[in-house]
Design a protein around this ligand. Structure first.
Ligand code: ADP
Ligand code: MG
Length: 140
């Protein structure tokens, strides 16, 4: 199995409800290591750029507004098959469809305010990690 990295974001609905510790406990319990981490306020420009792939979707404007509505925690996770593993730990986009024990099942408020982001492929993970972290920020 391959040691991989993926980008995780704890979204504003979760920072607002003081859930960063509980979410990161689930991440760590599932064997993923948090090897870089920063709590930041996204600018509108950053949120638009990060979600540019969704620019044509009807929820894009609201998604950008939501992502800048409070602080987020951006972090790099490392582990065996980290991209797929973290998607599993997060659960489905819509918490109504998420499996028991997943972050979104336990904590998400709605399909939009769903507490966490995770990269969806190794290629996107590499680009998303670079979006927030330089190599020297990733301390292991
Ligand atoms: P995921 O985060 O599971 O990879 P997507 O990449 O499809 O999901 O969507 C990105 C984010 O956009 C979601 O996590 C969620 O915050 C928001 N979103 C997705 N679908 C909808 C929707 N139908 N209505 C509102 N917001 C949505
Ligand atoms: Mg996605």
């Amino acid at each position: 199995m391959a040691l991989e990295r993926t980008l995780s974001i704890i979204k504003p609905d979760a920072t607002r409800r003081n859930l960063t510790g509980k979410i990161n406990a689930k991440i760590e319990e599932n064997g993923l290591r948090i090897i870089a981490q920063r709590r930041i306020q996204l600018t509108e420009c950053q949120a638009k750029a990060f979600y540019a792939v969704h620019a044509e979707r009807p929820f894009y404007g609201e998604l950008v507004e939501f992502m800048i509505s409070g602080p987020v925690v951006v972090q790099v996770l490392e582990g065996e098959n980290a991209v797929a593993k973290y998607r599993e730990v997060m659960g489905a986009t819509n918490p109504a469809n998420a499996d028991e024990g997943t972050i979104r099942k336990e904590f998400a408020e709605s399909i939009e305010a769903n507490s966490v982001h995770g990269s969806d492929s190794a290629e996107n993970a590499a680009n998303e990690v670079k979006f927030f972290f330089s190599d020297c920020d990733i301390v292991g």
